[in-house]
Design a protein around this ligand. Structure first.
Ligand SMILES: Cc1ncc(COP(=O)(O)O)c(C=O)c1O
Length: 482
């Protein structure tokens, strides 16, 4: 007999929410959600700290410093309250959250459907699921991603992981096994792939591998430079082919971020990627597409779909807004038993909220050239270009390698938005980010020189008109930084 408190029953159909609750539990959840929503109605725009708030936050930041050994990039500690793109900090201040922990919360803060999925998950029988013991929701989550990938590529299998980095580790292992232990990796200059020993070596930022014993052999290919046009494609293909010639049969894969994230929100036309992927195909080198940051943010769910590159890709990794991360691959890349496993795949809540987010992404009108993401990007560009025109003194050309200059002050694509003031100078961008934070907007930087302001807004809840207030704050912060 079930204990009196039990309210769940097993749902055999993995396409519906797997933690099925009795109507009384569902009603209680709705009451909790009403209460949570009522408790955040006062969050309507950015506001400064309340009286005494700064002292409370400071005391907590001292605790952060003591326990972690250092402070984070921003004096940030959330109160646990938020509403859409707005988040409240422990000092009572409210800020526009346009970075979302680097792209994690598509529906921002305090979203009713996300909280509902999470509350349902909390009533499941365990907190975590893994590779030995798992429930139908983890299968439904993987099925969803596999079915989406299979629409425009040969990829149809999905291994779930608990971080983007572990998804990437899985992808690299799969490629290496397929290539009988080939030791080298082809990657783009300025790429970022995660923080494991291997990924921090492939990632092209010396500071992230400082003091790490090097064990991974990487050949870098320059990313597309719009200022160079077709010459840039020739140059990158030349670098790739040189590496293939120099190390025949030695490459496990070519890993590609189709839109560079940390590297500077750089985009490239389809012909650039095709030229490189075609060269890999001719050399028998697998192509792995790292979409941990791009997934969900371009004009289609997978960026490879928007660029029409599915036929060239053997393995793809996703993460962040999916809540649980994943490595997807074709039948030909299905690894031998034993290569991929792990105690945890993700939490029950990650599967529930992830699946709920994915379904809303699919049906919410976000994708396509006229979709909500494209419109949000257009609104960002309109405001950004107006700011550039109003204050040309804040936008000198950014210096590129070999003495070239860039006047592309506004960039990115879809839900990845970029602005390049102050010539892309690292220190001034850093000061601007701190001022902006203080004034009520949380953004971040990207690029390795020039540096840029990076925005990953919560695309599910950010409305084009919100940029009005955000840019008013940005103008104020830039004035005091300049
Ligand atoms: C392109 C890319 N790959 C991999 C990762 C690593 O993901 P995680 O931080 O979840 O390990 C990131 C994180 O920012 C990323 O942007």
């Amino acid at each position: 007999m079930m204990p009196a408190t039990a309210t769940r029953s097993v749902v055999p159909d993995a396409t519906i929410p797997p933690v099925a609750l009795r109507p009384d539990a569902m009603q209680s959840i709705e009451a909790l959600l009403d209460s949570a929503e009522a408790a955040t109605r006062d969050l309507t725009g950015a506001r400064p700290a309340r009286d005494g708030g700064k002292e409370t936050l400071h005391a907590w930041l001292e605790r952060v410093k003591a326990v972690r050994g250092r402070l984070g990039y921003f004096p940030y500690l959330g109160s646990g309250r938020g509403r859409g793109p707005l988040v409240e900090l422990l000092d009572g201040s409210v800020k526009w959250d346009l970075i979302n922990g680097i792209g994690v919360h598509m529906f921002g803060h305090g979203d009713r459907e996300v909280m509902r999925a999470s509350l349902q998950a909390a009533l499941g029988d365990t907190v975590m699921q893994g590779n030995l013991q798992y429930n139908a929701d983890s299968v439904a989550f993987a099925e969803f991603l596999a079915a989406e990938a299979a629409k425009h590529s040969a990829m149809k299998h999905c291994f779930v992981t608990n971080s983007g980095c572990m998804a990437n580790e899985s992808a690299l292992k799969i490629c290496m096994q397929k290539r009988n232990g080939a030791p080298r990796v082809l990657a783009f200059s300025d790429c970022f792939m995660g923080r494991s020993i291997t990924m921090s070596q492939i990632g092209d930022e010396p500071g992230y591998r400082h003091g790490v014993a090097l064990s991974t052999l990487v050949d870098y290919v320059p990313f597309y430079e719009p200022e160079m046009g077709a010459r840039s494609i020739e140059m990158s293909v030349w670098h790739l082919k040189e590496a293939l010639r120099r190390w025949p049969g030695q490459h496990a894969c070519f890993v590609s971020e189709l839109v560079q994230g940390e590297g500077g929100f750089k985009t490239a036309p389809r012909e650039f990627h095709v030229a490189l992927m075609q060269a890999c195909r001719e050399a028998g080198v697998p192509v792995w597409d790292d979409e941990v940051q791009t997934f969900g943010r371009t004009t289609s769910m997978f960026a490879f779909e928007a660029l029409g590159l599915g036929e060239y890709i053997d393995v793809v990794t996703v993460g962040k807004m999916t809540q649980a991360c994943a490595c997807l691959y074709s039948e030909a890349f299905n690894p031998k038993p034993g290569l991929l496993a792990g105690t945890f795949s993700a939490s029950v809540s990650s599967f529930h909220t992830g699946l709920s987010v994915l379904r809303r992404m699919q049906s919410g009108g976000y994708y396509g050239p006229e979709g909500r993401i494209a419109k949000l990007h257009a609104a960002f560009r309109t405001h950004a270009e107006a700011l550039v025109n109003k204050h040309p003194e804040w936008f000198p050309p950014a210096k590129l390698p070999f003495g070239r200059e860039s006047r592309q002050f506004v960039g990115g694509t879809g839900g990845m938005m970029r602005l390049t003031p102050f010539g892309g100078d690292k220190d001034r961008i850093g000061r601007l980010l701190q001022n902006l934070f203080e004034d009520g907007v949380i953004a971040f930087y990207c690029g390795h020189g020039p540096y840029h302001l990076r925005f990953l807004p919560p695309i599910g809840v950010m409305q084009p008109e919100h940029f009005g207030e955000v840019f008013a704050i940005l103008e104020k912060s830039m004035a005091r930084t300049a």
